[in-house]
Ligand binder design. Structure first.
Ligand code: HEC
Length: 124
């Protein structure tokens, strides 16, 4: 009980301690790259592999992480008027997972060609 009260009084310290113990090598990253890749695979159907689809579904690759994260959080918390589907999808993830997904897609080079079989549309 005493221990609980102490931790409750220092929630941040307790959290840091716990994270450090749970993943010693990755204390600064809440998710492993495998976890993020798995989550991101749920986006590929619509946004294309690596979020690089060019068309009616917005491109994600290479967009600023802060913009993507803000959009995802807005979808999740019903702060958009233009969502057809993303409001429902975003609700399936925690805010931390959405931040990790935003970082994942922001880090992808939209012009890197590692999918030679895909149709390449000329980009402006
Ligand atoms: C069923 C198809 C579908 C899936 C799956 C999907 N999206 Fe979307 N996404 C859309 C559509 C369509 C839009 C445009 C907004 C809308 O109509 O909801 C969009 C918009 C977005 C936007 C805003 C882009 C902008 O320029 O404003 C972000 C960010 C985004 N999606 C991220 C994701 C992520 C991350 C995932 C995986 C967790 C994902 N989407 C899965 C269809 C999808």
């Amino acid at each position: 009980m005493k221990r609980f009260i102490r931790l409750a009084g220092m929630p941040l310290f307790g959290l840091l301690l716990f994270t450090g113990v749970a993943s010693p090598g990755l204390a600064e990253e809440p998710f492993s790259s495998e976890q993020v890749n798995l989550m991101a695979s749920a986006c590929a159907n619509c946004h294309g592999t690596d979020g690089r689809l060019v068309g009616s579904v917005p491109t994600l690759a290479g967009r600023p992480a802060a913009v993507l994260e803000a959009r995802l959080l807005a979808f999740k918390h019903n702060e958009t008027t233009d969502a057809t589907i993303m409001d429902r999808i975003a609700k399936g993830f925690t805010d931390e997972e959405l931040a990790a997904l935003a970082g994942h897609f922001a880090a992808i080079d939209p012009d890197e060609d590692d999918a030679p079989e895909s149709e390449q549309e000329p980009q402006q």
